[in-house]
Design a protein around this ligand. Structure first.
Ligand code: ADP
Ligand code: MG
Ligand code: ZN
Length: 601
């Protein structure tokens, strides 16, 4: 925020305080302390009241009684009906002095509304200014349409800071080369893409990659987030786009980076509130600008999104974002490289094995890994160590992955027993079933996210595809906790609800999305993908009939029931291990892979 905005905010706060003080002073002049009607009557009963003055308000019948007590104290009593109070007072043989109705309070009636208006106006100006202060220094107040893009010259982040993502970097090589020397390309008449769309899950390094391109080519980097465009006043977004592109042209060669482009570039005509909304205008302006500048003007527009599927197809047409680069979550090797990048400025103890950390963090994105190391550093600092140990990383892993363990929560013995058997049930299935597991940790320490315990597998390999067999085993593992409860306690708890939800979700995906069910066939009945288009979904009905819907439900039930039976048999076959594991858990609360696997011998 610029200086100007801050100054105005201070003025605003000052005026607000002043008004509050004046209001307070004008309504509350007199002695303080709460004196109730009950006390007053009791005092009159006791003969303590010497004198009563009645001060009616402007708005009768309300008013105030000023009461003088025998010891000289004065009390104020605010009453809702002075006439009634006068009668009460007289009935105690006290003759009250009734004052005139005062002149209207000029402050409240005249000055206050004016002051209020002033406050509102000042507030609005300071808001506008704060919004626009980002790049204009805050001097001007009404520069609504100015783009809020942040300009950074490249050089801070380079490709060295981006670990992994080899193919992605390779794809961007020529863009960097072009930005470094546009003339080289123009001479041979080569056409360089105008727009590059980076697509990938949150935290995979899209923003980082875009910055690194600018840094590598050493060109200015204008970055703006799609959500910045979405303003309450129609036309502001469009004028911001115009401004942004004009600014970029002056600074070519350069990169314009539009983060979270899905906020503006959603498929048009799907909004709830009818056609031409603000977002649409902004998007149109963006398309116009992109069409408007020549191919080799030296501006590359990059954009990032995690929802390509909801983007308006118009932005993907040739001459716009015609280069699409998928940024995928890192594999084992990538994870190790990312860990190495972020461990650079963190002292590690000898026992830290980043390779092993990489192996146990399947599914983590770059952002998760960065977070993991940061948490580990915090852990080390908490214990006044100047270096990170493997133990710190292990602890943070659980915190980042599952939510911190909460040892402080008190749980009853019975709850603990149930949890121990529940987790043992999951663990046995993880161990026995070939496509899932092995076990990394089993714990009955409640987690920060509200689970009573957890069983964490150690995925040994990253796989691109899930198989039918593996999904069935996933369902079985999910049901394992519930089954163990049923076998041991002959009763079940509500604790398995999220397991059940997970099992159902996997089974539903098998039937409606992957065509794994013979009765339903290889047809996609999945509708979840479209949930963003509320407007469209309201208008359209389901793509299939009630009959198919009920058949799908039947099929899901068959899959889950079948898994339940098979899983129950496995657990019953290993009932001894179930008891042993639960006992061990009750004793130690948390067991690792070796301890668990020893139970099977
Ligand atoms: P996205 O824009 O895809 O959501 P970001 O680029 O904002 O993700 O990444 C967030 C953070 O995660 C980065 O600032 C960086 O610290 C870390 N990160 C993500 N991917 C990588 C990577 N490939 N190499 C190094 N750090 C990464
Ligand atoms: Mg980002
Ligand atoms: Zn469970």
């Amino acid at each position: 925020m610029g200086k100007g905005a801050k100054g105005i905010n201070l003025t605003f706060i000052f005026i607000l305080v002043l008004v509050l003080v004046l209001v307070w002073a004008s309504t509350n002049s007199g002695s303080s302390g709460s004196y109730t009607k009950g006390q007053f009557i009791a005092d009159m009963e006791a003969g303590l009241v010497v004198d009563v003055e009645i001060h009616p308000n402007v708005q009768v019948p309300t008013g105030m009684l000023r009461i003088t007590l025998r010891d000289g104290d004065q009390r104020n009593l605010y009453v809702s009906d002075v006439v009634e109070m006068q009668e009460v007072v007289t009935s105690y043989r006290i003759d009250p002095i009734v004052k005139d109705v005062p002149q209207e309070n000029w402050f409240i009636t005249e000055l206050l509304p004016l002051l209020m208006l002033l406050v509102v106006v000042v507030f609005m100006f300071s808001m506008m200014n704060a919004q626009n202060a980002g790049n204009s220094g805050g001097g001007k107040m009404m520069n609504f349409g100015k783009s809020r893009a942040r300009l950074t010259t490249g050089g801070e982040v380079t490709l060295k800071d981006v670990a992994g993502l080899c193919e992605e970097k390779e794809d961007l090589e020529e863009i960097i080369d072009f930005l470094k020397d546009p003339a080289k390309y123009t001479k041979v008449g080569a056409r360089i893409p105008k727009g590059v769309l980076l697509e990938g899950a949150p935290g995979t390094g899209k923003t980082l990659l875009a910055k690194a391109i600018a840094g590598e080519a050493n060109v200015p980097f204008f970055s703006i987030s799609g959500s910045d465009f979405v303003e309450m006043f129609v036309g502001v977004g469009a004028s911001r786009v115009r401004d942004l592109f004009a600014e970029a042209k002056k600074n070519a060669p350069c990169i314009i980076f539009i983060d979270e482009i899905d906020a503006v570039a959603r498929r048009r005509g799907t909004g709830m509130g009818g056609g031409h909304d603000e977002r649409e205008q902004t998007l149109n302006q963006m398309l116009v600008e992109m069409d408007g500048f020549g191919t080799n003007e030296g501006i590359i527009v990059m954009a990032a999104t995690n929802r390509v599927d909801i983007l308006d197809p118009a932005i993907l047409r040739p001459g716009r974002f015609d280069r699409k680069i998928s940024v995928s979550p890192p594999d084992v090797k990538g994870r190790e490289e990312i860990l190495n990048v972020h461990a650079k400025n963190k002292p590690l103890a000898e026992d830290v094995d980043l390779k092993q950390v990489a192996q146990t963090t399947a599914g983590f994105t770059g952002a998760d890994l960065e977070n993991l190391l940061n948490e580990s550093a915090i852990q080390a600092a908490k214990e006044n160590r100047a270096y990170i140990r493997q133990e710190d990383i292990k602890k943070s892993f659980i915190k980042v992955g599952i939510g911190a363990e909460k040892k402080s929560r008190i749980i009853s013995e019975k709850e603990k027993r149930i949890t121990a058997y529940h987790e043992a049930g999951h663990a046995i299935l993880f161990h026995i079933l070939p496509e899932v597991g092995p076990i990394y940790t089993v714990s009955i320490i409640p987690t920060g996210l509200g689970a009573a315990g957890y069983t964490m597998p150690l995925p040994e390999k990253d796989e691109m595809f899930n198989t039918k067999g593996r999904m069935l085993q996933d369902i079985m593992v999910s049901l394992g906790g519930r089954i163990a409860e049923e076998i041991i306690f002959d009763d079940v708890t509500t604790g398995a609800s999220s397991d059940i939800k997970k099992a159902t979700k996997v089974a539903r995906a098998m039937v409606t999305r992957y065509g794994f069910s013979e009765n339903i066939g290889v047809i996609n009945y999945d509708e979840e993908d479209n949930e963003v288009f509320i407007g469209r979904d309201l208008a359209h009905t389901r793509s299939h009939s009630e009959a198919v819907a009920s058949e799908i439900d039947m099929e899901i039930k068959t899959i889950v029931d079948d898994c339940y039976k098979k899983a129950k048999k496995i657990i019953l076959d290993h009932e001894k291990v179930l008891h042993a594991c639960a006992e061990l858990l009750l004793e130690k609360e948390k067991i690792g892979r070796e301890e668990f696997e020893a139970l099977f011998e």
